[in-house]
Design a binder for this molecule. Structure first.
Ligand code: RB5
Length: 157
């Protein structure tokens, strides 16, 4: 897989271990920043990675901030993104199998590097199982479309 990764300054220290691990697993990965521990804002990197994934140029994304919460919320604002924040591997696996997540996020203040690697591995290895879940994921896409249409209508008024 070709993956995109990003973090804020709090997730910055955990990121190299994750990059190395993902490469060991045989995947390609590109770092979208941040590139130092200087204070910055998590929405920047959530958006960058989300846009990279939504463009279709990457097969998935990994995001890290203090809790994984802010950066995943930011990523989920980008059309086509289904980002999950998790602190254990079970949710990571099921999020791919049932919800077809295309970004996994976690918090460097919440999980240690070994647990983070387990989360990443379960998420990378899992496959969307479709079936009854296809319709539900489709319904999420419908919400995006409805929102877009409402916005368009407002602009036309
Ligand atoms: C930064 O202090 C912190 O708020 C951020 O890393 C993240 O945890 C936000 O959700």
């Amino acid at each position: 897989m070709k993956l995109a990764i990003g973090s804020d300054h709090v997730g910055f220290e955990l990121k190299p271990a994750i990059i190395e691990y993902v490469k060991e697993l045989g995947h390609e990965i590109e770092d979208f920043g941040t590139f130092s521990s200087e204070r910055t804002d998590y929405p920047i990197y959530g958006e960058k990675v989300a846009e990279a994934v939504a463009s279709g140029a990457y097969d998935g994304g990994i995001l890290i901030c203090g809790t994984g919460v802010g950066i995943s919320i930011a990523a989920n604002k980008v059309k086509g993104i289904r980002a999950v924040v998790c602190s254990e591997p079970y949710s990571a696996k099921l999020s791919k199998e049932h919800n077809n997540t295309n970004i996994v996020a976690f918090g460097s203040r919440v999980v240690g590097s070994e647990l983070a690697k387990m989360i990443v591995k379960e998420w990378l290895d899992a496959k969307f199982i479709g079936g009854r879940h296809e319709k539900r994921v489709g319904m999420i896409g419908e919400i995006e479309k409805e929102q877009e249409e409402e916005r368009k209508e407002k602009n036309e008024l």
